[in-house]
Design a protein around this ligand. Sequence first.
Ligand SMILES: Nc1nc2c(c(=O)[nH]1)N[C@H]1C(S)=C(S)[C@@H](COP(=O)(O)O)O[C@H]1N2
Ligand SMILES: [Mo]
Length: 313
Amino acid sequence: MLIKRASWAKLRGEDIPGSEITPESSYLSRRRFISSAVVLGTGSLLGTPVSAGLQPDDELTPESIVTGYNNFYEFGTGKTDPAENAHTLTTNPWSVKVSGEAKRTGEFAYEDLIKGITPEERVYRFRCVEAWSMVVPWQGLPLKAVLEQFEPTTKAKYVEFKTLVRPSEMPGQKGFFSAIDWPYVEGLRMDEAYHPLSIMVVGLYGKGLPNQNGAPWRLMSPWKYGFKAIKSIVSIRFTQRQPRNTWNILAPDEYGFYANVNPQVSHPRWSQATERRLPSSLFAPNRRPTLPFNGYADEVAQLYKGMDLAKYY
Ligand SMILES: Nc1nc2c(c(=O)[nH]1)N[C@H]1C(S)=C(S)[C@@H](COP(=O)(O)O)O[C@H]1N2
Ligand SMILES: [Mo]
């Protein structure tokens, strides 16, 4: 696996020496980097981003699309609603409640939970269940390092996450008409959460994470559909039993708990065999085949050995 350290100072936008600043143009020139990393396979290319699973023609999705075309129903159901409405969300102070099958539980300040963990840069393919996709340079903390701080017990088989509920700042939580019973909730099996590809995202394109993308921190397990990547997390609970998750509660026949990207298991209303890689338009749809586990099968398929993936969708 290819790992590059990111810098907390940079993600916080603090004053740092010019030499540490990575201009956007250098992200663009990494297109070449990405393909050569894939060609070289798993060499120890320290200093390049983690790019396992990327295909030679995967190009970074422009920052304006990653931060302007979002799903974050707390701010509205339209793709541009989050970018329009989320900038006023208060993310400092931010506290996180930890509960369940762990030795260290209680209320923690966000800064105390990220202290001492070095952010890493991960360039991941990102596939929404709605059949569009992106390639995103995230900065994140290995999820395992975040969760181990709480010393989960052997009873912890799953971990559940919840998003903030604050209707005064989240207009999508105000109406009576919302089908979602807030908070947005998601979960992972512990071995999925501890997998090295799973990260808690704290930055995007080398900057602090924009509110519309889930500030101050959000989940990312790149082999799963985007709805697993829960945003603006305020609660972490370790459990023995599989938790329910928001989209599964809304439409259990359409969205499962596992939500592993799978071109062979169609959504009841559309095929998952292909995806529209953004930017995509009517005349340049940029459609490409969807890969099993979103292209990360070599890394994660063994987590599901012996499971019927059509049943555990
Ligand atoms: N709290 C919360 N998290 C969420 C969502 C949401 O509506 N609320 N949408 C999910 C869906 S469906 C997707 S595709 C991704 C979108 O992430 P992005 O806007 O950063 O691309 O966030 C996921 N996390
Ligand atoms: Mo999604």
